[in-house]
Design a protein around this ligand. Structure first.
Ligand code: GLY
Length: 424
């Protein structure tokens, strides 16, 4: 098979690593990719939102499948254009992608289709939003409506902080994505990320993980796109997985199909495990980053048949995916200043050495000089991932590898996986 993979982050590096290992794959082309992916496929320097160029590339390489990594490609209508060109595609059409690209749409969708979530109010002006705060208790959750690369969520401890977040969002901090805000009730509980594949009609659960969203140890600091993950996470009891499947994933797939946009691809259900069961925090219409990295380390089955089946409507014909019994962890190395203003350009040494077969370093925001020197070129820069018989073993391997990477321009959390390693 010829496969075109779209995207350039740690998520796409992990997908490329797993796709390249499939005996079904003859040719893997990645657009645009990153320096870490160069050994896995052919890189083409196209933007993930350049829909006409990506469709042309898929035609040029006679792609049997296009795998859409990031949400920006979904929002740009890449799946719609590929469908029109009769090219099989893993990833939803833009109308289904509104489950991520508009938080206001998603909240109204949960009302229409009976998905449990937090109380909320959508506001178009700062006055309206500040008045609406009176109906909520601190901490206040303020979200930009649109896509903001994981940075559009503020959890404000008091009214002044909430009002500043409202002014920031509606004042243009996130561009058009912040033209309206959603104020949400803060949910008490433990956070979790569950993944489900859908082929337009049938769906299956496809792994789970726990992310650490705050920038610094101890769950403090600004919200980020994710500073580290591990899987399996104890929060995901069989009961929670089943409740999440029935109450959130399946209702979402049925609901979006009934609205004329059958879902093909992966749905990432970010949920809060509350005392009343799982409640939706948000949907994402792609794999999580850095959740995908730990899922790919744990996935024993070949990934490619599942991606193809989502595109072709044949998911029901596949056996349940097999997951390794081992634990996996991913620790994100971010550039100093992330998430507010990451400092680019610093030199990274030692990230590409052999750390042993259970350690993989996935690149996210990196660039390579002509002489081979690796540099930081983004907020989240590297993902140091490891597998082990236990989470503690995986964690020791990951932090052992990090100690051998020489990058004074970056930082990481030292407590990834703490919830699983703290007696409950
Ligand atoms: N790790 C959270 C996300 O991918 O949005």
């Amino acid at each position: 098979m010829n496969i075109l993979l779209v995207g350039s982050g740690g998520r796409e590096h992990a997908l490329a690593w797993k796709i390249a290992a499939s005996p079904l794959v003859k040719r893997l082309v990645i657009a645009p990719g990153n320096p870490g992916m160069a050994s896995l496929g052919e890189l083409r320097a196209l933007k993930a939102t350049d829909v006409p160029a990506l469709v042309a590339l898929a035609q040029e390489i006679a792609a049997d499948l296009v795998v859409i990594g990031p949400e920006v490609s979904v929002e740009a209508g890449l799946a719609d254009a590929l469908n029109a060109a009769a090219i099989p595609c893993f990833g939803p059409v833009a109308a289904a992608g509104k489950l991520e690209s508009s938080k206001a749409f998603t909240k109204a969708f949960t009302d229409r289709h009976g998905l449990p979530t937090s109380a909320y109010k959508v506001c178009d002006t700062a006055d309206e939003a500040k008045t609406a705060l009176a109906a909520f208790q601190p901490p206040y959750v303020i979200k930009a409506d649109g896509l903001a690369a994981g940075k559009g969520v503020v959890i404000a401890q008091d009214r002044a902080e909430a009002e500043a977040a409202i002014d920031d969002a509606l004042g243009g901090r996130y561009g058009a994505a912040g033209a309206r805000v959603v104020i949400e009730e803060f949910l008490e509980g433990e956070i979790g990320s569950l993944f489900a594949l859908c082929d337009g009609k049938d769906s299956i659960v496809f792994g789970s993980a726990q992310d650490h969203k705050r920038a610094y140890d101890g769950e403090i600091g600004p919200n980020t796109g994710g500073m580290g993950t591990y899987s399996p996470a104890p929060v995901f009891t069989p009961e929670l997985i089943e409740q999440t499947r029935l109450r959130l994933a399946e209702r979402a797939f049925a609901g979006i199909a009934s609205e004329g946009a059958p879902y093909k691809g992966v749905l990432f259900v970010e949920l809060m495990a509350t005392k009343d069961g799982p409640k939706l925090v948000e949907f994402n219409v792609r794999f999580g980053d850095p959740e995908c990295q730990v899922l790919m380390l744990r996935l024993e089955s070949d990934l490619v048949p599942y991606l193809v089946a989502c595109a072709n409507g044949t998911l029901a014909q596949l056996p349940a995916p097999v997951w390794r019994d081992e634990a996996a962890i991913c620790v994100v190395l971010a550039a100093d200043g992330y998430p507010e203003s990451p400092v680019g350009g610093s030199i990274i040494r030692g990230a590409e050495q052999d750390f042993g077969e259970d350690v993989v370093v996935f690149h996210a925001g990196t660039s390579r000089d002509p002489d081979g020197v690796l540099r930081a070129a983004g907020g989240r820069v590297l993902n140091v991932c490891a597998r082990g018989a236990t989470l503690q073993e995986a964690r020791d391997k990951a932090y052992g590898a990090i100690a051998r990477i020489d990058w004074p321009g970056g930082f990481h959390r030292t407590d990834i996986g703490w919830r699983a390693l703290t007696p409950r």
